[in-house]
Design a protein around this ligand. Structure first.
Ligand code: URA
Length: 210
């Protein structure tokens, strides 16, 4: 995980991140702790913590950026327009939503859907790291630049990251456009389609015995 984002914006919200994150026994126990999290300022404005959902034994973990208004209201990831498109993309390569695990870099909605701030990401990443440890997927699908830059610890453009399999820690990662970006710019649907087909082919190889 990139350490570059650590604590460059010192305020009371970030101070709380330095406290210990409890290590939990399983995903359900982690959910129970995470939904009470008040480690950053987003706890003041959220309706629900969007923990993530899906198959706890999934071979594929899909990671978005942050909950939007619909997700905040329902406490579930990718349930709005972007989520409907994500479901279609997954189905097109033969994955049911229930078959994969879906989460986000941060678990609370930033007001007005602004980009997550570095210290918010820093506070929230330990929860996702723990989740990845429970699910132990083989592959990660990283949706959009915020998710990809955060996980891969770089500042590369989408163009430099998509179109290939990137090994990060013990995971094989595919980066593609965020569904919200596809809704704004349909020209990116074709490269996204190529990315997810590549993902499927690789998944079938690495998850053959899962
Ligand atoms: N966009 C995201 O990045 N995540 C969601 O859960 C919904 C929209």
């Amino acid at each position: 995980m990139s350490q570059e984002l650590l604590f460059d914006n010192q305020d009371p919200a970030t101070e709380s991140c330095k406290q210990e994150y409890p290590t939990r026994q399983d995903l359900d126990a982690e959910r129970q702790v995470t939904i009470t999290c008040r480690k950053c300022r987003l706890a003041e404005t959220r309706t629900n913590v969007v923990f993530g959902e899906g198959n706890p034994g999934a071979g594929l973990f899909v990671i978005g950026e942050a909950p939007g208004a619909d997700e905040d209201a329902q406490g579930r990831p990718f349930v709005g327009r972007s989520g409907q498109l994500l479901d279609k993309i997954l189905l097109a390569i033969g994955f049911d939503r229930q078959e994969v695990y879906i989460g986000n870099i941060i678990k609370c909605r930033p007001p007005g859907n602004r980009n997550p701030l570095p210290d918010e990401i820093e506070c929230c990443m330990p929860w996702l790291t723990e989740q990845l440890g429970h699910v132990e997927p083989k592959m990660l699908l990283l949706l959009g630049r915020v998710a990809a830059n955060t996980i891969l610890g770089n500042n590369l453009s989408m163009g430099a990251m998509r179109g290939r399999i990137i090994r990060w820690n013990r995971f094989d990662c595919v980066v593609t456009y965020h569904p919200a970006a596809l809704l704004r710019n349909p020209n990116w649907k074709k490269p996204c389609w190529e990315d997810v087909q590549m993902l499927r082919a690789h998944y079938d190889k690495v998850c053959a015995n899962r």
